[in-house]
Design a binder for this molecule. Sequence first.
Ligand code: FES
Length: 158
Amino acid sequence: MATLLNTIEDRTARDICTQHSDAPAELLEILHEVQEVKGFLSDGALRTIADALNISRAEIHGVVTFYHDFKKKKGAKQTLKICRAEACQAVGANELIEKAESHFKTTLGGESITTALEATYCLGNCALGPAVMVNNELYGRVDLDRLVEISNAHKGDS
Ligand code: FES
C-alpha cells in the first residue's frame, strides 16, 4: 500500500534524492543536480522530489520559482548575467551592457525570444572584469565578441 502512495515519476530525481539520504536540508543541491542531468525540472521530477523529501509541492514550487537558475521547461531561454558592480563598471561593464542590449535585442532585466540579460553585482572576479556568468560558468574580460562566443558555446545547454 505504501508503494502506491509514493510517487516515483522520475527515476533520476529519485536516485539523486536517495544519494542525499532524502534530506530536506539538501533540497537546493538535489534540484541543481537533477537540472544538471535532465536539463530542466519537470513537474514529474518536482513531485518525485517533494514526495522523497516529504515536503509539500507548494514548498518546492516556491523554491524553484524563487531561484532564477532553475528551469521548468526544456530549452528555456539562455540567461547571460553581466556584473555591473563597481570594479566591472570601471573596466567597461556599462559599455558591454549597451552593446549586449543592442546585439541580443533586449534590455538588461528583459528578454528576447532566446536570451535574457540579467544584472548581477560582483561575481568575485573583480580583477578580470567585465565579468559574466552563463549556466554557472564564470568568464572574465568579456567584450561583445567574447559574449557572443560564450552565448553560442552555451546554446546546446538546455
Ligand atoms: S565587480 Fe564584477 S566581479 Fe566583482
